[in-house]
Design a protein around this ligand. Structure first.
Ligand SMILES: Cc1cc2nc3c(=O)[nH]c(=O)nc-3n(C[C@H](O)[C@H](O)[C@H](O)COP(=O)(O)OP(=O)(O)OC[C@H]3O[C@@H](n4cnc5c(N)ncnc54)[C@H](O)[C@@H]3O)c2cc1C
Length: 430
């Protein structure tokens, strides 16, 4: 059930050639030929991750008459879901590396550039390449950035090269895999987890399983020390504990309430309130916030990390005309920061923007989340939830009795997990 990059690209490109509309600029400079048909409403989307790509795709699919531009600064899309399996050698970077270019065939204009400023009064987006794009409605889906200010020893680029996060899949994923491969058998891998909320609540515990799977095979005398700032595992606790005690007995030590004070990247030490811990490989997942462009635009309230939105349309509660989706949002009750959710936010936002542009009533949304975690090469388990808009609460609230948790990890769920990944890549990116 594994999808390879070649399979994905073959599938995504279908047989169609790149349309004249889609095959536009890669520099970000707008040319006369790329101007929207006069009178067409313009939607601009910042960020071609799960949230932004889905928003762009579904605005264009549901309202082809709207002009849609998606701005993404990275040349390739590298999926965080499944990336923990690269650390264990259970999959490869090629398997999680893909392209958003197939969206061009749907009529989405793709601009490869970095957004450096948003002028909400003039409804303009300014790009590093020098051009300015006008919008009627803007969706901001930039994901997360890290609060390095809270970890003085990790501020320098040099320290960040030695103590990795690998919490944005890409170069760091590969670099952490190399650190694990270079670690001597009998070494200690230290993983530090920040206080929730953070991107992908079960992600750190899945990472522990994947590193343990690798150590069990390749470095059986090694140890994993999990330093969790939280008082307990924040997701799928009984299932992860069952895996740690069943599959990886004696390999993993879990220490709750281990808030980080600092790190020393030279001596490879993690400093906690009452203790210093040395590791051969240290992986610190730093505390997080909505990414820079959201913060710079005033989409986060003073002293807040995340962007509050009206969950009917994902429009910012602070800046009119701008919608925010994905990890950058202030989550509604029991809503995780996940690719599954970002994809659903994208559809909610697309429907909301279209209704607002056309002056039609907005249908109250119902969205869902499914999140799989691999405990070994082939076994996985899931957690699922449904969230419906509640007019009284003016928010999305979890639907009682809907969703749930696997009773155990299994190989059949491992196959479903690959199916989920293949499906969400296709639904968001192609
Ligand atoms: C190890 C790990 C495992 C995970 N596993 C799962 C899983 O199994 N299931 C699941 O549902 N979720 C999982 N997640 C969570 C999931 O990856 C995120 O929730 C999801 O990526 C959020 O999507 P997003 O669109 O908000 O942000 P992103 O996917 O980060 O996309 C943001 C995009 O915006 C672009 N961007 C940012 N700023 C600018 C700018 N100024 N100009 C232009 N472009 C810009 C970035 O380049 C990026 O491509 C995992 C995360 C991690 C770290």
């Amino acid at each position: 059930m594994r999808i390879t990059r070649r399979d994905f690209l073959k599938w995504a490109s279908l047989s169609a050639s790149v349309s004249a509309l889609g095959a536009c600029e890669s520099t970000g400079r707008t040319t006369a030929a790329d101007e929207p048909a006069s009178g067409a409403a313009r939607v601009v989307v910042i960020g071609g991750g799960f949230g932004g790509a889905t928003t762009a795709k579904y605005v264009k699919t549901w309202a082809p008459e709207i002009d849609v531009t998606l701005i993404e600064r990275s040349p390739t899309f590298i999926s965080c879901p499944i990336s923990n399996l690269v650390l264990s050698g259970n999959t490869t970077m090629q398997d999680i590396t893909m392209s958003i270019d197939a969206l061009r065939q749907r009529g989405v204009r793709i601009v490869r550039d970095n957004v450096i400023a948003i002028d909400a009064d003039k409804r303009q987006v300014r790009l590093a390449g020098g051009s300015t794009l006008q919008y009627e409605r803007l969706a901001v889906a930039p994901g997360i950035d890290f609060l390095y200010d809270q970890i003085p020893g990790l501020k320098s680029p040099d320290a960040q090269q030695r103590i990795l996060h690998a919490w944005k899949a890409g170069e760091q994923t590969l670099a952490l895999r190399k650190q694990l491969e270079s670690m001597p058998d009998g070494g200690v891998f230290v993983l530090h987890i920040p206080v929730a909320p953070f991107r992908c609540p079960p992600g750190p515990y899945e990472r522990v399983c994947q590193v343990a799977d690798y150590f069990k095979r390749a470095k059986p005398r090694s140890k994993i020390l999990v330093l969790d700032s939280n008082p307990d595992l924040v997701s799928k606790k009984p299932l992860f504990i069952a895996a740690w005690e069943g599959l990886y007995k004696g390999l993993i030590e879990y220490r709750p309430n281990s808030e980080l004070v600092d790190v020393d990247a030279r001596s490879m030490v993690v400093k906690l309130q009452f203790d210093d811990v040395k590791g051969d490989v240290i992986n610190v997942i730093p505390p997080q916030r909505a990414a820079d462009i959201a913060q710079k635009t005033g989409l986060t309230a003073e002293g807040q990390r995340w962007c509050a939105v009206d969950w009917l349309t994902a429009e910012s509660t602070l800046v009119k005309g701008i919608h925010v989706v994905g990890d950058a949002t202030l989550s509604a009750a029991a809503m995780p920061k996940s690719a599954s959710m970002a994809n659903q936010h994208g559809k909610l936002c697309a429907a909301g923007m279209i209704a607002l542009i056309k002056g039609e009533p907005v249908t109250p949304p119902v969205i869902m989340n499914t999140c799989y975690s691999f405990v070994s090469r082939s076994s996985a388990m899931h957690v699922a939830s449904v969230h419906a808009y509640d007019a009284k609460e003016k928010s999305l609230v979890p639907v009682k009795g809907a969703g749930g948790l696997s009773d155990r990890a299994s190989e059949i769920e491992g196959a479903y997990a690959w199916g989920w990944a293949k499906n969400i890549w296709a639904d968001s990116l192609a």
